[in-house]
Every structure is written in structure tokens, then in C-alpha cells.
Design a protein around this ligand. Sequence first.
Ligand code: ADP
Ligand code: MG
Length: 251
Amino acid sequence: MGILQVNSVNKSFRGLRALNDVNLEVDEGRVHAIIGPNGAGKSTLLNCFVGRLVPDTGSVIFDGYSLVGLAPHQINQTGVVRVFQTPEIFGDLSLLENMMIPALTRRDGAFALRGWQRADAQSSVIASAEHMLEDVGLADKRHVIAGTLSRGDKRRLELAMCLVQEPRLLLLDEPTAGMSRADTNNTIELLKRIAGRGLTMVIIEHDMHVVFSLADRISVLAQGTVIAEGEPAQIKGDPRVREAYLGGAQL
Ligand code: ADP
Ligand code: MG
């Protein structure tokens, strides 16, 4: 049984059926990509996972927790962490200071902040923040003000801010959107490395190079409906998928 189970999710906006009976199962430790043309419902689906939107009907179960109806911070506490499409960082703070915020509030914010009074807790939180910066290749910039970073580095910082929360499910909405080819390739390598440690990921992505480099499994959404689901090789050859993409992204 998958660690994330999405059962018959429906979501409409004023009569527009954005999600139509969506079913999805993500196995623990795998990378599951959701692809589909613009307006297919991908972001709507992700928003239903993190509590930004509530499905009209259907269920979202993560590791036994029913997520529908939980507030975003409660969902975060179950270990579901989302990487935003545009970096949500604090431009006036250093990289290390940026890292301290999610590091201190992970899982149980109040407890973590109380624990911060203890000197040993401070050094271990700083150590994990520094370790994560090193992991994404930003260790030598830890005292730089985040607002001055390049776009690619900002996205790496944001990824580190997500990873320091020790997620059990990482959700990524177009992690390479707007990146140069070189930055995209760096991001692919970084995400591959993280996936290699067994972190479960759901990734929404337009760039087929990224999808086929990372995904263990792919669901294809078109007009709110899952029109195909399978291993990357199956999806590549699926005529319905080619049809949905005609005139759009290349497979
Ligand atoms: P994708 O991420 O696949 O491009 P979205 O999930 O953003 O697609 O959108 C799916 C459909 O739902 C689109 O037709 C979009 O216009 C519509 N939609 C998304 N969010 C809202 C909203 N908050 N209010 C009204 N319509 C929305
Ligand atoms: Mg979207």
C-alpha cells in the first residue's frame, strides 16, 4: 500500500471541474511525477495535499493520516513539505538565518522554540542547518544575505529550508521552472541524490527531460482527469499522452 493515497478527489471552481475523480498512489521512497498540459489541474491537486484547498469529495491519506480538513500547519507536522514554485525566502536575512526558521519550527513549532533556550539544542539546530546548506552546495555562502543570491541559488536555499524540516513526503511544483539548462541539470542531480536516500517525492514538472530523469512513476492529468499512469517507458509510448501534449511540451 502506498504511503500517499488519493482516492476519488473532485474539485470544482464555480462550475469548472478542475479535478475529476482523481486517484493516485505513491509508494514510499519513490519519485512520482504528475505531468499534463497547462490548466490540467496539477497545482490544484498539490494544493489539496497541503491544505490550501479542500477537495469537494474524496480522500487524501498520508501514512494513515487523513489530510482532508487539516490546516496547512497540521499537514506540515505529518511530514508533508512543499517546495514553492517561486522561492519563499527572507531576502534581508543571511542564508543561515533563513535556515534557522524552518529548522526551529519543524514538526512542533512551540516545542522547538522553547527548546531553543537550551544551549545544546542551539548548537544541534545550527549544525543541521549548516549541514543542509552544505548538502545543496551553499555552505560557503552561509553568511551572505539571501536577497543577493542568483535565482538558481535562491531555489537551492529554499530546497534546503524544506529539507531541514526532515520531510517524509516532499512536494515540488515545477522545481526547474525558469532555470537555465545548467541550473536545471544541477537541480536534477541534487534531487536525484536526495531521492537516492529514500525520500518520497511528488513532482509536478513541465520539462520532460527533468521528468524522465527523476520519475519512477508518472501520472498524466488532462482537464482534471488522470488519462494515463505508469512507468516512464509506458508513458512515453502512450498515444493518449502524445495526444494531450500535441502542440505543447515535447515527450
Ligand atoms: P495546472 O497547474 O495543471 O496548470 P491548475 O490546477 O492551476 O492547472 O488549474 C486547473 C484549472 O482550474 C484551470 O482551468 C484554472 O483556471 C482553474 N483554477 C485553478 N485555481 C482556481 C481558482 N482558485 N479559482 C478558479 N479557478 C481556478
Ligand atoms: Mg500549475
